[in-house]
Design a protein around this ligand. Sequence first.
Ligand SMILES: [Zn+2]
Length: 470
Amino acid sequence: MDIKHWLTAMLIALLLPLVADADWFDEIRDGGDKEALYRTLYYMPKGGDLHNHLSGAVFAEWWYELALAQEARGYEYYTKVRISNCREFGGNAFTFAPYLLLFRNISALEYAELDACEQGEHKRLADLDDREKSAWMNSIRLDKAHEGREEFFQTHWQRLNALARNPWLQAETLVKNLQAYAAEGMVYVEYQIPDGSYEGPDGELINGPQAFDILRETLARRDVRDLGVTVRFQLPILRFLPNAEDQLRRVYKLVHENPDLLVAVNMVGREDNDKGYPARFLPTLRELRQQYSGVRLSIHAGEVDEPNEHVRDTLLLGADRIGHGINLISDDDTMLLMRHGPYLVEINLISNLLLEYVNDYSEHPFPEYLRTGIPVALSSDDRGMWESTMTDEFYVATTEFRLSWEEIKTLGRNSLEHAFVSDDNKERMLREYDERIVRFERQMQRNGIAKLGPMPKTRGFVCSRYQLCK
Ligand SMILES: [Zn+2]
């Protein structure tokens, strides 16, 4: 420990008795001033977001602005604004390239391959009128009462289509996200990104390693480094596909070969499709562990309605972290196994409500996990599509479950203690987090909310659910 860190540690030790009493937080939480609580949660230092799909983390207006800016690189996008019955009866209307889906985005190359009738169904993204532009943005938000799990899994990703294949656009969406996260006091994020099938403006294939280099260059930019947010990536596989084992072999090797950037493999795709059950992958992972070191596993499990043993089976696969873990509550033995670590459950409160895994927060197992000592952290999943932020996750948790200040700090520390980074990096992030928290506590004890910044702009989720609209 050098002298600067020693002095900081001493300072923290000296200040601890002053700030241990967190009545100030209870007063804000229970005081009935929603904006005061929101501002407190916005400006408080936070830890990491461990569960975050980059293409799902982009707000609709960011997609629009950044996609148009890609014209400078030669990319041009079209979107479907009407259906003119261009195809014969009996075609594939719903899956893969669903014909009956408005606002599906295609590249100029895909557009050129359409016949005149189908070209007439599309408009250049840049040419949308106000009504179409508003509908385009809403088409990738889960913003209506009738929209839920089906809309999310079966239309949102299909609509993004070409936008999600541009590696430079991906890098720019990363920058926007990191700017927003820095403003919210986050210090760490792990993003899930595709391992390949990116494309250039003329449709040329850009493979995973080339796209990773674009991310490296972006993260090395001065303005991005200055944000002070540490970033790592995970490569997910779509678990229910027939060739998912081959995909697993490919991404596992890529993570092993790119340890500076890639830290883990994940498994995504709706869990109510039984073809992707966790135990399916045990032989392949055992085969891979014969050859490769340094690959961590964080895997979606228990994001499903029925009770089953997916969380237990996923731990058997070698996962250190579980994404969602909603139905863990129905598996007594695994609950007992998970108390007081070493595994962590990545909790996604807003996602779980909007995708109907809980009908109401009174059904959510998060407080049971938190208060029986199962390590948990809050994360955002696909916040661009929920119209939400990390502050919103803390706001939901605090208001629905009356979190104490100690619990909020536990969530922040858990998210860093379970980050897939080297011990050095973990120690540094935890130290920074603790220092920032001590300063924040002192400030709140002295001044209350008076010295906090102004009420930030809020987004759709907390506006419609909690009437926090600004
Ligand atoms: Zn997820």
